[in-house]
Design a protein around this ligand. Structure first.
Ligand SMILES: O=C(O)CCC(=O)C(=O)O
Ligand SMILES: [Fe+2]
Length: 287
């Protein structure tokens, strides 16, 4: 992958161009760190959801087992082959609307770190990302979560606390950056229940969430199963020193078909190799 590493400066300069005529400035508020939406709010999302549901249906008809995954309660089924067969998936992930919303929030053109279609079957575990946590890849990041089916309280909806309430809870319990997961009691004992946001709703509904600044959990599925699309964007370079590692079953896709990586421009920055090395992926404590 012959690419010049993009400097921070390049990404800031490109941000100015990206946002010059953008109507998405301020759409994802820096203060709250999240924005909920319904399908029709986001151009191209209805088509994207239809494609993801098509991919999902293909897997379900083949009865693919997710038990190989280290996180069977939240397992990605999207493959590189799917990306190659459905180029619209990657196109959406780096589309102008996604680019503009996330660039505006992060203040520079980000890198699309990974994506996946995640299945959360009925589970009796309460571990890892099923517990309240922040994603500590960096101090800020943006993930888009989109329900691919109708989600009620029973299908394990993505659940989070806005950034200001998260800060207050972490202060109250004395758990700062790096202190690990929080119990429900620690969180709910220190915030008003109505502050907790749950992504309950129809297929196509979802949210942009800064999962570094917003405590969150998901996949506490007690009925049926939840299916979501998740795409993650990080600043580049990011706060972690990443090491190359292969894709792991059930984990989000961090490697993209080379022929789909734009040769130049903003799309190239969005899919650039990490840091100054090749493509790489990251293990977080609890994604
Ligand atoms: O919806 C879930 O299962 C939680 C996922 C999560 O923690 C994340 O994507 O950062
Ligand atoms: Fe997470």
């Amino acid at each position: 992958m012959a690419t010049h590493p993009a400097t921070v400066l390049e990404r800031r300069r490109s941000a100015a161009h990206v946002l010059e005529h953008s109507k998405w400035r301020g759409y994802l508020p820096r203060q709250s760190g999240f924005k909920k939406f319904v399908e029709k709010d986001i151009p191209g999302l209805a088509d994207m959801v239809a494609i993801c549901r098509h991919v999902l249906a293909g897997y379900e008809s083949k009865n693919v087992e997710s038990s190989e995954s280290k996180k069977p309660f939240f397992s990605n089924l999207l493959t590189q082959d799917d990306l190659a067969a459905q180029p619209e998936i990657l196109e959406f992930a780096i589309s102008p609307v996604m680019t503009e919303i996330v660039t505006d929030y992060l203040g520079a053109v980000p890198r699309m770190h990974c994506l996946g279609i995640f299945i959360s079957p009925v589970t009796n575990t309460m571990i890892s990302s099923q517990c309240f946590h922040r994603d500590e890849h960096d101090f800020r990041q943006v993930k888009i979560f989109v329900n691919l089916d109708d989600v009620t309280g029973e299908e394990g909806p993505f659940t989070f606390l806005p950034a200001p309430e998260t800060a207050a809870v972490c202060r109250a319990v004395g758990k700062g950056w790096g202190a690990g997961r929080l119990t429900d009691d620690e969180v709910l004992g220190n915030t008003a229940p109505e502050k907790v946001v749950r992504l309950i709703g129809s297929a196509g509904d979802g949210a942009f969430v800064d999962t570094s600044r917003c405590l969150h959990y998901g996949s506490r599925t007690i009925k049926g199963r939840r299916a979501i699309l998740m795409i993650k964007y990080v600043s580049a370079p990011d706060a972690l020193v990443e090491k190359d590692k292969p894709e792991m079953p059930g984990y989000p896709l961090t490697h993209f078909p080379p022929e789909q990586i734009p040769k130049d421009g903003v799309g190239r920055l969005m899919l650039a190799p990490h840091g100054f090395g090749g493509f790489s992926s990251v293990r977080e404590d609890a994604r």
